[in-house]
Design a protein around this ligand. Structure first.
Ligand code: TXA
Ligand code: MG
Length: 307
């Protein structure tokens, strides 16, 4: 029922929020300019920040994008799944230029979530879908979060809590050397095993390559402090692993056993829970910067960024 309604919403050029294995997406028909514009409006998203296009299978991607050898390898091993590949558009590309912000490249992903796949299959088109949150705000990993962002203004397909809880890894294959543009749900080292010359961005030193890598992003309404050694009087604590940190008000632990996958899955959910103006801020315990921790720390750094 939900899928059927979702398909008709998409065919009518409207927006549908749907689950993927990473986070919830706010989707629309990628080949319909007016529909795509609505996404930018609804999210309050800068027009220069392009959207990810979701496809039902590799053949559908081939119709829009140019595969090089690296793309063939990654696609064969990691699709469907939480990987987004930026490729050059091919001549016949029919995706709205608004969706790709006028770039000659296109970000492609084949999700593995069964609801997302079913929706794509039955819609039989391409779904442009950024994460289902207001621009620069916390990412949605459940229907409840989507409602918090957009109220009841859009149709939402409920798929429970997101499996990974953090967005897909974005890899740029549009140039000679493959490069990570955004660390995400697939760890860099898995991609590096397939593409040994992969460049992993150290975003302390690199210029912004992905237009979406705006510094302020994924932000709650109250200030964040990272890598804390102590917790201030009115702060709540987002803890990780076992340590001596304590909040006098409230504390949640991302993973008592320091499991980084569990922490990624809980990250946005717990940030929503702690994001309340009655607290002065959120203190965040140090989180290992390896494996999935790289994506977690990337999100936290942007969430904590202040102009
Ligand atoms: O897991 C995900 O990736 C989720 C689900 C819904 O699929 N989507 C998501 O979309 O996180 P969004 O729009 O929040 O992030 C898309 C990222 C942005 O950083 C954007 O700048 C980058 O992908 N991107 C999109 N097209 C690009 C392009 N042609 N070149 C470089 N970066 C691109
Ligand atoms: Mg996003």
């Amino acid at each position: 029922m939900q899928i059927k309604k979702g398909v008709s919403v998409l065919k009518n050029g409207k927006l549908v929020a749907f689950p993927t294995e990473t986070v919830y997406g706010l989707g629309t028909d990628a080949e319909n300019d007016d529909a795509v514009l609505k996404i930018f409006e609804m999210k309050n998203r800068p027009m220069f920040n392009p959207l990810i296009c979701h496809f039902k299978d590799i053949d559908a991607v081939r119709q829009q994008a140019v595969f090089n050898k690296d793309a063939e390898k990654l696609a064969a091993k990691l699709w469907p799944g939480p990987l987004t590949i930026v490729m050059n558009k091919n001549k016949k590309c029919t995706v709205s230029n608004i969706a790709s912000s006028g770039l000659r490249t296109i970000a492609c992903r084949i999700p593995s979530n069964p609801i997302a796949r079913d929706l794509l299959e039955k819609f039989n088109g391409i779904i442009a879908a950024p994460s289902a949150n207001i621009s620069s705000r916390l990412t949605a990993t459940s229907k409840k979060h989507v409602v918090k962002n957009f109220g009841k203004k859009i149709f939402i397909i409920d798929g429970g809590t997101s499996e990974f809880g953090i967005e897909s890894t974005v890899v740029d294959l549009s140039q000679e050397t493959p490069r990570i543009l955004r660390p995400g749900a697939i760890e860099n080292k898995i991609i590096k095993e397939i593409l040994p010359n992969l460049i992993e961005n150290d975003d302390n030193n690199m210029p912004i390559k992905s237009p979406g890598q705006l510094y302020k992003h994924y932000s709650p309404n109250i200030p964040l402090r990272l890598n804390v050694k102590d917790v201030k009087k009115n702060e709540v604590l987002l803890n990780f692993g076992k340590n001596n940190l304590k909040s006098r008000i409230k504390e949640i632990n991302l993973s008592i056993n320091s499991d980084l996958r569990e922490a990624a899955k809980n990250l946005f959910k717990f940030l929503y829970e702690l994001d309340n103006k009655k607290y002065s801020g959120i203190a965040i315990a140090p989180i290992d910067n390896k494996g999935m921790g790289i994506a977690i720390n990337d999100r936290l750094k942007r969430a904590a960024f202040t102009e």
